[in-house]
Ligand binder design. Structure first.
Ligand code: TMP
Length: 241
């Protein structure tokens, strides 16, 4: 059974807005970048043209799932990899069905802080759980609303990002930035060993190689203003296309 990556598949859903995803390892500068985009994009396109959201999160249920997933509380921090994968996909289900799909159908553009490339990077590649890849493909396709069970090898129906902008940072630099910015408020993902973060980075770079039509890698080691400008230019060209 071959299940194609969802970003390759045209959906049934009428999608009028553009779906833009920002991805990257810890300390890649996504949050700073999104902060600037929140100020600048409304000035260019109007106050309601863009919706900013994030994963895991973006809905009340998703934000509660996020609390569990990020927690370092004893009893929550050790989770079965399949449970973790399912929780990310559960949060995504709620997010796609109640926020992303309606907004895109309405003509609103979306900037989403992380999406399914993060699940591949963190829950499959960084955890070295290649055995979960086909489970991911099914759970993610369901989360995206793909429902063509009779033609199981051709998932169709849900939204797929127009572009994944991957902010690529040296994991050592990224973790230093994270420690500076968050102090003790790191998540259990921030606290993983360096080898984990190196695998996250390699996974994002591989994702971009596999999906050259919908993924672009930016060097996030350069000055923050330059990164933001490049992200802005990409978004302007995607919205114009
Ligand atoms: P962030 O919003 O500060 O980037 O934190 C979200 C964390 O969640 C980050 O460490 C990456 C992780 N994550 C996954 O492990 N899998 C996923 O599918 C997503 C969306 C995020």
């Amino acid at each position: 059974m071959q299940i194609l990556h969802t970003s390759h598949i045209g959906g049934f859903m009428e999608k009028k807005g553009k779906f833009i995803v920002l991805e990257g390892g810890e300390g890649s500068g996504k949050s700073t970048c999104i902060g600037v985009l929140k100020e600048r994009l409304p000035l260019i396109f109007g106050a309601h043209a863009f919706l900013f959201t994030r994963e895991p999160g973006g809905t009340a249920i998703g934000e509660n799932i996020r609390r569990i997933l990020m927690s370092k509380d004893p009893g929550l921090e050790h989770m079965q990899p399949l449970t973790e994968l399912m929780l990310f996909c559960a949060a995504r289900t709620e997010h796609v069905q109640t926020v992303i799909n309606p907004a895109l159908q309405n003509g609103t553009h979306i900037v989403c802080d992380r999406f399914d490339a993060s699940t591949i990077a963190y829950q499959i590649d960084a955890l070295e759980r290649n055995d979960l890849r086909s489970d991911f493909e099914i759970l993610n396709a369901l989360a995206l609303g793909h429902r063509s069970r009779k033609v199981f090898h051709q998932w169709m129906g849900g939204p797929h990002p127009d572009i994944y902008i991957i902010l690529d940072v040296d994991p050592w630099v990224g973790l230093e930035r994270t420690a500076e910015a968050k102090g003790k408020d790191t998540t259990r993902f921030d606290d993983k060993e360096i080898a984990f973060h190196v695998r996250v980075r390699e996974s994002f770079l591989r994702f971009a190689q596999i999906h050259p039509e919908s993924a672009v890698v930016l060097n996030a080691n350069m000055a923050q203003e330059d990164v933001v400008q490049e992200v802005l230019d990409i978004i302007l060209s995607v919205v114009d296309s």
